[in-house]
Design a protein around this ligand. Structure first.
Ligand SMILES: [Fe+2]
Length: 146
């Protein structure tokens, strides 16, 4: 079955230059290349910390993902503060934004491919282990960086 994906204007998908994965699995490693234009989404206050973490945010397009999520930062916080009727520490949320997926940098290509090994909306059995591992590795990196 032929598949077609429409990307927003200006968004490029790139394959890694080399990979040990079989041809049939290389699509799992497609990523959106980092571009400094995404940095404008990160509030000035957190840019330096984000840039310190950037070398470890490239796997699974986490760098672009995190930067783009920052465009919803204030809106999400305000909505949640309204819901719980309490102020939220923006610095803590910003650090969580930056660090939440950093653990992917410690997984190999096979684990990344397995983590994205989905059929329809159901995760395959193999996809849970890498997802758990990214959380465990991410916690270790966060402790080092914080
Ligand atoms: Fe994420």
């Amino acid at each position: 079955m032929e598949k077609e994906i429409t990307l927003p204007t200006g968004v490029v998908l790139r394959e890694p230059e080399s990979s040990s994965l079989p041809e049939s699995q290389k699509h799992f490693l497609l990523f959106i290349p980092w571009d400094d234009k995404y940095l404008s989404n990160v509030p000035e206050k957190y840019r330096s910390y984000f840039l310190d973490c950037l070398p470890e945010l490239g796997v699974r397009t986490t760098d672009v993902h995190v930067a783009v999520c920052f465009s919803f930062f204030e809106k999400l916080i305000l909505a949640y503060e309204k819901e719980i009727n309490e102020m939220i520490d923006r610095d803590v949320v910003a650090l969580a934004f930056i660090l939440h997926d950093i653990g992917w940098s410690r997984l190999n290509e096979k684990e990344i491919a397995e983590s994205l090994g989905i059929k329809g909306l159901v995760l395959t059995g193999n996809s849970l282990t890498p997802k758990e591992k990214h959380a465990i590795e991410g916690e270790k990196i966060a402790i080092e960086k914080l």
